[in-house]
Write a protein that binds this ligand. Sequence first.
Ligand SMILES: [Zn+2]
Length: 459
Amino acid sequence: MAWIHNAIILPLLEPERHRGLVRRLRKIERFESLSSDEQRQFQEKKLRSILQHAYQTTPYYRRLFDDKGFHPTAWRLGRPLPVPVLTRDLLRVNGDDLRSRAFPDAMLRKATTGGTTSAPVAIWRDVEGLRDKTAMQYHLNRYSGFDQGTSVLTIWGAERDLTLNPGWKWRLYEQRLMRRYNAGAGQLSEAVLASFAEKLNRYRPRIIFGYAATIGIFADYLLSLNRPFHKPSRLIVTAEPITPEIHEKIERTFECPVTEHYGSRDIGMVAAQCDEGHRLHFHPAACYVELIDSGQTTEGPMYRLVITDLLNRGMPMIRYDTDDCVLVEDTPCACGSWFPSVKTVLGRAVDNFPLPDGSFVTGIAVTAAVARIREGFLHVRQIQLIQKGILHLHLRYVAEGELIDILAELKRFREEVEKLFQVQMRWTTERVTEIRRERSGKIRFCISEVSAPGRPVAV
Ligand SMILES: [Zn+2]
């Protein structure tokens, strides 16, 4: 069934993303059948070709490489790439100079960065690159038994990306033949969660795919109903860091394995978690990963995730700063794969709290600690923790009930957080009626407005 979708229907109905899909999928399969040495050689060749292309066709990289006296042909795998990290600010300032002159405008497609802390920035992709990215995403899905035609319920956050949805024919096909059902949502009200549950039981999907935190909230809702509900075979979660507690909770609720994927609007889907070692592996045919030391946390050293996109020649992204921080493990992964892997995505740098000694408390550690005590909360409904100064935490919360009960719960929360910080913090609190999800659908639980002392954000 998948073959008919991949070879005929998808390319016919939506050629923009799917032309040559079978050929592209086969290419990735062929890559995976190579030995690890051959795969590394392939990646090196691909990366050098992107460097050369960037040098020859973009004013930005031409200038940069010339300044550094660097020529792409001189580069070898394992050697540093002598260009600064490409931040969103650099993207904003140099946008046009980063566009490859090898493509006419008609061959480029615009996407905007998914950043929520700053204004969106345009990223251009060549159409072939866009199709390669689609194939890569489908390929990563197949690791989890999700192919075209497998029934799937997609659960998004506050806003679904509708730009790729080309019309009624597509929607009809999506539901009737591909068996893809979307549960897009506004704010996650009771009514919205009820509609998710209704779709889950009506369509009985094999896969649930969507935002981790949203699926976590959905799991809570289903449990609160105390009624039987359909169990899928697999959950694929993406788009936001997930705490071990939420991972475990949704696994238990839906009684099936949970796989995390990593990607963004900027670079597409590039990593999938393995079942054996539970690490996220970055696909070397899609990207080249660098990890930049970003300081100590209570869970070990933290690294900034910097990615060179191997599937976009329209606007070469070399050493792109994803703005995400990760934890890694030194040992080889239990699954045996050499593909670069990370243990945990901690989320954006601004989701982690710097301390006066230069170390960090990760947002994910705070989230996990709070999740443990929050089960017992009856009055405090929502919390957002904002670091206003290096020793100043501001707590925003939504609550109902008697003030004395609310204050008792807030005190427990503060104690739990202070255990992690281990320094005396000044607290301020603010009661609000609602903590809204962001435009992307994410809930930002931890926000730091403080930059780490004496440490550049990225090198
Ligand atoms: Zn693995």
